[in-house]
Design a protein around this ligand. Structure first.
Ligand code: SAM
Length: 308
């Protein structure tokens, strides 16, 4: 594991050579074929360069930007990012692809390949003091949620995240009140999320069974809630979504293990109609409800603990 190819000013004029998805024998010294796609690592490689360009453009990458790319794979996005970004740090877990990428970008001074699990990496250790960054990725679907949540909660967090996920997951991340889920709440505490565009299975090899979507999150400078209490807030929201199709009062009663009186008094204090469904609450309403519940607990006025 390690980092190489540290930034130098000459990198801005550096033109990376072609995509490594079809490496030549002379370039890799390892034969013509790239390693077969590994399903265990969520390897559905992007083969549509038009989609790759749209992803990079959705992130508004400029020559002033540092970009962290998760899962560069065979380099479908990497080459486009390296052409624009001031500094590109690409984190790849695959033991075969990481050395190939290193070899490929050995002379590109603005590109660093980090052979690591993105779920374990500390963004701070990769960046200079005060260095801001954008995150761009075609994420491995098996680890998309933990990776997105890890970077949203990181210190520093990226200013913008643009990534591909399963379309249903993307829709849930970007949902508005009426369609909110626990995932929407978890994501939108950190920033505003929207779907940039959808991508059909034929844009990948091997082709997945489902449609994908590119999501853009504009991350708030500070999360909408105090980070110290973030995990507790998520536990509270999870309790609220325990019975998502039921009215909020019943869902909270089940999730919190509370009495009907306790939940009614909580909702009345927050000015929230107990008949609403959990999916209709906005982030602000979840935040206000949590603050009240927390203050009830602090003052010992009968707010129950979360029923795990
Ligand atoms: N960016 C490439 C593209 O668009 O064709 C590859 C995308 S593929 C869906 C996901 C990539 O993430 C693969 O290269 C895979 O090896 C890598 N990967 C899987 N799990 C990872 C993890 N935990 N940390 C870093 N990279 C990971």
């Amino acid at each position: 594991m390690g980092v190489h190819g540290l930034f130098s000013p000459s990198a801005m004029s550096q033109k990376p050579s072609a995509d490594i998805s079809r490496p030549s024998a002379s370039r890799t010294g390892r034969g013509v074929r790239p390693p077969a796609a590994k399903r265990s690592l969520g390897q559905n490689f992007l083969v549509d360069s038009c989609v790759a360009r749209r992803i990079v453009s959705a992130a508004d990458v400029t020559p002033d930007d540092t970009v962290i790319e998760i899962g560069p794979g065979r380099g479908a996005l990497t080459s486009h990012l390296a052409m624009v970004a001031r500094r590109l740090i690409a984190i790849e877990l695959d033991d075969e692809l990481a050395p190939r990428l290193r070899e490929k970008y050995a002379t590109a001074d603005n590109v660093e390949i980090v052979h690591a699990d993105a779920r374990e990496v500390q963004a701070e250790a990769l960046l200079g003091p005060g260095e801001s960054y954008k995150l761009v990725a075609n994420l491995p679907y098996y680890a998309a949620n933990p990776i997105v949540r890890k970077f949203l909660a990181a210190n520093p967090a990226p200013s913008v995240m643009v990534f591909m996920v399963q379309r249903e997951v993307g829709r849930s991340m970007a949902a508005q009140p009426g369609d909110m889920s626990l995932l929407s709440v978890m994501i939108q505490v950190y920033g505003t999320a929207k779907i940039a565009f959808s991508v059909p299975p034929k844009a990948f090899r091997p082709a997945p069974k489902i449609t994908s979507a590119v999501v853009r999150i504009d991350v708030y400078p500070k999360p909408a809630l105090d980070l110290d209490r973030h995990e507790r807030f998520i536990e509270f929201a999870a309790a609220g979504f325990r019975a998502p199709r039921k009215q909020l009062r019943n869902s909270l009663k089940t999730g919190l293990g509370a009495t009907a009186d306790e939940v009614d008094s909580l909702l009345a204090s927050a000015g929230i109609d107990p008949k609403r469904r959990p999916a209709t609450l906005s982030i602000e309403e979840w935040g206000g409800l949590y603050e009240l519940w927390d203050s009830f607990a602090e003052s010992g006025r009968g707010a129950p603990s979360i029923d795990a």
